[in-house]
Design a binder for this molecule. Sequence first.
Ligand SMILES: [Zn+2]
Length: 297
Amino acid sequence: MRTLLISLASLSVSAAAFAQTGLNSLPEVEFSQLSQRDPNPLSEKALSINPTQWKHGETDHFIYHFVHSYVATPISIEAEFHYRVVAKELERDQPLTDIKSNVYIFERPEDWQQFQGLGVLEKWTGGIHSQGSLFILRNPEQKFSGNVLGHEIVHLVLHRFYSDGIPCWLNEGIAQYISKSARASYQRARGYISKPHSEAIADDDIIPLATLVRLTRPPSDRVETFYDESERLVRFLIATDKPSFLALLDALGRHQPFEAALPRFYPTKFTTVATLEEKFREYAAKDFGTTLQQAEE
Ligand SMILES: [Zn+2]
């Protein structure tokens, strides 16, 4: 983990410097000149809402559709930043294709209202994901709070590495885990004292792992616990053994059952889901400050 944190810090220094100069705003590109087309049917729907408002631009790994470049520019910086963080964390350089992810940035709440009935809103962030594209509402007067944008970007990047999907807890857990760490290092690079914050979960609140790993969406009555617990579980599996975690992720990305994959990649640690749960419950209840030091140093 130390290597990761150092590389995160150096990445964020350049991102922060880039953001502060204000010189390099995202260049606008004519729609017809974009290097790729988004085949997602929601793309056409989005761009048909107030069609004259949309401008377009692209960076190495993303294509953006936006109204104002001063809104899109910081998003593009954060998107590329997170791309590199995820690729590093997954220890992979490139997905198998050069396909870019599309990001649609709405600014007018009334446009967003018109659009949002068309997709499934993620409860945690209010964004909509569909087939590897992201649709978000950005109010230019409000900054995205916390790690919300980072969380969404991690999903986009994960989708490119695992386009056939990974289990919901793993997708949400990795999105929370990486975006929290990345945000903390981004802030440290700007001179803030910041540590990633992971929520402890009381033993009574834990969703049994056998249930958690089967959920296909966050349970509406336990949204917060679901996100916190998924993040902690990812953190625990990584802290226990990073190469095992990456192998498990690949197996789950090939739709193998968790119960069968777990003992294959953690043969000495977790022979069953019950063993994992017993140890995880202890870890989940711990205060994060001490856990982070022990797990990551
Ligand atoms: Zn999410």
